[in-house]
Ligand binder design. Structure first.
Ligand SMILES: Cc1cc2nc3c(=O)[nH]c(=O)nc-3n(C[C@H](O)[C@H](O)[C@H](O)COP(=O)(O)OP(=O)(O)OC[C@H]3O[C@@H](n4cnc5c(N)ncnc54)[C@H](O)[C@@H]3O)c2cc1C
Length: 393
């Protein structure tokens, strides 16, 4: 038996035995925050077992708490998890953004200090990039950091900091040299959130939630050894992290995930009905088909690109293509799901609506944000034009 076939068989058997029923299908996923208690016992057990195996971050080296899997093995693991509808045991900014960035740019000491704690779900991170005057034009950021003894002292503020209220650490872009050209005086550092100099204030959204915040720094401290990369050269590190964020490596490897969403064709059949085994309304049928075809072609493109890339390598500017396509499709999905349900699609509260209808209304509202966060889609199109197609500035 080939090594990969053997790996598939042992993985399948291990998952069958170790993935508890409550960790299969939609449900809670830990992000490691010390401020969030995992309520469900199966979810907790699943996390413990996956941590022990190194499979919270399957492709990271074992020395840093990972599973040391090759890309081929990682794909098999994801396929086998999908087969039993097993949820990921851990997700968040640690596993998807700062972890891969530290693997590339961190010193050995930084990797050993931070990565195992992410892998073991002991900490959650947040992203301190955007400021009131620096969103798309991120390099205009003004939050200052000045070295004082063993610490950088940070003053200023960040905005739209997702999950800052539950985060233990922040990775932050700060200005360390105000006299240098704006891309050159920026540094990338790590700072603990639980300190007197950091204040987090929630921002309330149209959906009623407060998933993100304003974060203020008043002489906040980042240890000197938590500068990542060179002083004043943090722009390169910060940009690379955004590529990790945009690549959504896990969904790339799987060729796209459905995130447990209902299929539009099933919604159509439930709310509009069928004629000859097809969606009864021909205009709606056409729109659903166009969506399904675009989603399928995105998934196939992702799979092709990952197969063409070097083992485990994160893709470069091409990640912007996936970001634009997947967030546009997310909005089309929500718009169509709402249209298909007619007036039942517009419920906010009350017994007249099912839980799924109410949930999907909130998904529709939050889907608007997808083309803004992680760099707006207009900015992604600029990157594609310049860095992928090589068009002039
Ligand atoms: C849900 C959500 C979560 C977020 N989480 C975080 C987080 O955790 N951490 C963090 O640091 N930030 C976060 N952000 C902030 C996000 O990165 C910024 O909102 C985004 O970069 C856009 O910046 P801005 O809001 O300042 O808009 P602006 O930069 O003011 O842009 C306004 C509009 O102008 C367009 N525009 C601007 N410049 C150009 C140009 N050169 N060419 C073409 N069009 C242009 C933009 O596309 C946009 O439509 C989050 C945002 C959202 C919506």
């Amino acid at each position: 038996m080939s090594d990969l076939k053997n790996f598939r068989e042992t993985t399948r058997a291990w998952l069958e035995e170790n993935c508890p029923p409550g960790a299969r299908g939609p449900g809670e996923v830990s992000n490691g925050s010390t401020k969030i208690v995992i309520e469900d016992s199966d979810t907790r057990l699943w996390l413990e077992r996956m941590v022990e195996k190194g499979w919270t971050v399957p492709s990271w080296p074992k020395a840093y708490g990972g599973g040391g899997l090759s890309t081929a093995e990682y794909v098999i693991l994801l396929e086998e998890m999908k087969r039993i509808s097993g949820r990921p045991a851990l997700s968040g900014f640690g596993t998807s953004m700062i972890g891969p960035t530290l693997l590339e740019y961190g010193t050995e000491e930084q990797k050993l200090r931070h990565l195992p704690r992410i892998a073991r779900a002991e900490v959650e991170w947040c992203q301190g990039y955007s400021e009131p005057g620096a969103g798309s034009d991120l390099a205009s950021l003004q939050t200052r950091a000045m070295l004082d003894g063993d610490n950088y002292v940070i003053n200023g503020s960040k905005i739209w900091t997702s999950g800052a209220h539950n985060a233990d650490w922040m990775f932050i872009l700060v200005r360390t040299n105000p006299d240098a050209p704006k891309h050159e005086g920026i540094s990338f550092m790590l700072l603990p959130m639980d300190q007197p100099g950091v204040e987090v204030r929630p921002i309330k959204l149209i959906s009623g939630n407060s998933p993100f915040n304003e974060t203020f720094f008043d002489d906040a401290l980042a240890a000197r050894e938590d500068l990542v990369g060179e002083l004043d050269r943090g722009w390169t590190v910060g940009k690379r992290l955004l590529q990790h964020e945009r690549s959504g490596m896990e969904s790339l490897l799987q060729g796209g995930t459905s995130k447990g969403k209902s299929k539009l064709s099933s919604i159509a059949k439930d709310y509009i009905g069928e004629a000859d085994g097809k969606i009864a309304d021909s205009a709606m049928r056409d729109q659903v088909l166009q969506y399904e075809m675009a989603q399928r072609s995105l998934n196939l493109t992702k799979r092709r690109v990952i197969q063409e890339s070097a083992d485990g390598a994160t893709l470069g500017p091409a990640t912007s293509i996936f970001k634009v396509m997947s967030t546009d499709l997310e909005k089309i999905y929500s718009d169509l799901a709402t249209s298909l349900r007619g007036s039942q699609g517009f419920g906010w509260e009350g017994d007249a609506f099912t839980d799924t209808e109410l949930e999907d209304m909130r998904v529709l509202l939050s889907s608007r944000a997808a083309s803004i966060y992680s760099g707006s889609n207009e900015i992604q199109r600029n990157i594609i034009a310049k860095r992928v197609l090589g068009l002039p500035d």
